[in-house]
Design a binder for this molecule. Structure first.
Ligand SMILES: [Zn+2]
Ligand SMILES: [Zn+2]
Length: 145
């Protein structure tokens, strides 16, 4: 760890997950993790790549994708496929939560649901419920103006 620099707990745990997946800590992977873990916009791998390539011109898309895929495999993030095009959006939050998705611009944001049911229940056909997550579709504040 770099001296004098404190990493947020989310960055630290993501880096630990990568190390567990035998991915060495490199400046590029650190930049990917930092760009991603506090991002509430549910970006695609392409969006993270586009954001980072200006400051890291030698970075490849494969590095971004493989880093995110390793985080997902380790349970440090998850993939949402909530758009009609099937695009993979990466979500640094792994706890159950609801999403609002804009029909026009495709923006995804988290919703804090106050009365979230956390008890595990069973449906009539014997299906065991692990989590209930809703998707709200409509227009975001900018698009509805
Ligand atoms: Zn929108
Ligand atoms: Zn989310």
């Amino acid at each position: 760890m770099a001296a004098g620099r404190t990493e947020s707990p989310r960055v630290a745990s993501a880096l630990a997950a990568l190390e567990h997946a035998s991915l060495r800590r490199t400046p590029q992977r650190l930049a990917i993790v930092k760009a991603f873990v506090d991002d509430p916009t549910h970006p695609t791998a392409q969006q993270i790549f586009d954001r980072l390539k200006r400051s890291m011109p030698t970075m490849s898309f494969a590095t971004v994708y493989n880093t995110l895929a390793a985080l997902e495999k380790a349970g440090s993030c998850r993939v949402l496929r909530v758009h009609d095009d099937g695009s993979a959006r990466f979500d640094p939050r792994v706890d159950p939560h609801d999403h609002a998705i804009c029909d026009r611009c495709g923006a995804v944001r988290d919703l804090e649901s106050k009365n979230r049911k956390t008890t595990t229940t069973e449906l009539e056909d014997g299906f065991h419920v692990r989590a209930v997550e809703r998707v709200y579709r409509g227009l975001c504040a900018e698009c509805s103006q």
